[in-house]
Design a binder for this molecule. Sequence first.
Ligand SMILES: [Zn+2]
Length: 216
Amino acid sequence: MFIAKRNDINHIYTGKEIQTLISQSHYPTLEYNFSCPICNREVEYNGLSTKYLLDFFVHKDGTPDCFAAESISGGHQIVAEITVKALHNRINELTGEPVEINVEKWIGTQPNFVIADVKITNPVQIAAEIYHKASKLALYRRLRRMFSNGYRTYLIFHTGGRHDVDRVEQYIQRIAPLKVGRFNPETLELTLGDLFTEEQVKLSRYNRELLPRYVR
Ligand SMILES: [Zn+2]
């Protein structure tokens, strides 16, 4: 994984930020304990021996990476991790409470579930949907299921992904006055955009017809 949580201050850093901290200090090791933001197992910093971002941190006990899965590409994983970092730190700063996070987890029950890329379960229910290679956004189905299960969501687009993000955003703004999030793979910068809520997105049949098929 590329991110880890510093246990004493409950703040998530990227491996790159840790690299900078280490290079500025006199000690070639970390002075703090870090844990996995998903399972809270202790992690080890590997950034001095690898250039591969997703290997910057590993579980100390050798168990598989919580962010990695066969079905997930590296490009998708890095967005999920940076999204977890942004949401965790923001919610923690606002509420002062520990933030519980899952990745690739169901929201709702069969047959009305949706798999959220990032799912915050506590202290607020917020999801994030990441669009990278998917050809169809399935916006109506996803948003309906999230809203009906009490989740609000961010929609985050990889700018090197399948869709022209500005165009998709213009389509979405036909039904809601909201901005989508963007992840820039060159700079690793993320903007979350606006939180999509049931009050602000009008999922009517009429609105559905205003969207191209790949978006609706
Ligand atoms: Zn873990």
